[in-house]
Ligand binder design. Structure first.
Ligand SMILES: [Zn+2]
Length: 208
């Protein structure tokens, strides 16, 4: 570099289209202030001051707990998870092979039995939908879309195409749809009245 004559200029991020790989890494950085979790501190203090006014919470061993309901007739509490610990808590209960990368609903059901924090469902939803393993598995499970082919009919009554028109006002015979069956070679069409637009009905009409 020293053999070149150059001048260092700063460019705004959005103008710098040749950004290097490092600057593209997405970092879910936790704000230092948020790591303190003001909500937790605030709730802790409120429960300490007025336990009766916050009956779903209790303090034990200097920690905040949340009431989830009765289990075998006894009140059941789970620990309140602080902001800074939520990401790891979700990872630990979603990502290990024994946890099986469950979907949003199952992951949430599992997590709320183990810990509580406000807006837990939306955080779990965000976490699961961002999970790279889940996303990769989902895309590989999708059947690749087939290619479109044009059908070449070389004789009459060889290939038909079928379309449904409707729903129309019900006829006296109880029909609401018109099934249009066209012979692809001659373009000769049949119009067949149909009561319901179901696969069974259509198949029955076709067989007739
Ligand atoms: Zn996952």
């Amino acid at each position: 570099m020293q053999s070149y004559d150059f001048e260092i200029q700063t460019r705004k991020c959005d103008l710098n289209t040749e950004a290097d790989a490092l600057s593209r890494i997405e970092v879910d950085a936790i704000d230092v202030d948020e790591a303190k979790d003001p909500w937790y501190e605030d709730m802790f203090q409120k429960v300490l001051d007025e336990p009766g006014a916050h009956s779903r919470f209790k303090i034990a061993d200097e920690k905040l707990f949340y009431f989830t309901g009765l289990v075998r007739g006894k009140p059941h509490y789970v620990p309140v998870i602080k902001y800074a610990d939520r990401q790891k808590f979700m990872e630990d209960n979603h990502c290990p092979p024994t946890s099986g990368h469950f979907g949003i609903a199952k992951t949430f059901t599992k997590l709320k039995r183990l810990g509580y924090w406000p807006h837990q469902f939306s955080d779990v939803k965000k976490f699961v939908s961002k999970c790279t393993v889940c996303r990769a598995a989902k895309s590989s499970r999708q059947v690749p879309t087939g290619e479109m082919h044009s059908h070449q009919a070389v004789d009459v009554w060889q290939t038909f195409c079928c379309d449904l028109a409707g729903p129309y006002p019900r006829s006296s015979a109880g029909n609401r749809y018109v099934m249009v069956v066209t012979d692809l070679f001659s373009k000769y069409s049949f119009l067949i009245p149909v009561g319901k637009a179901t696969a069974i009905q259509i198949t029955k009409k076709f067989e007739k």
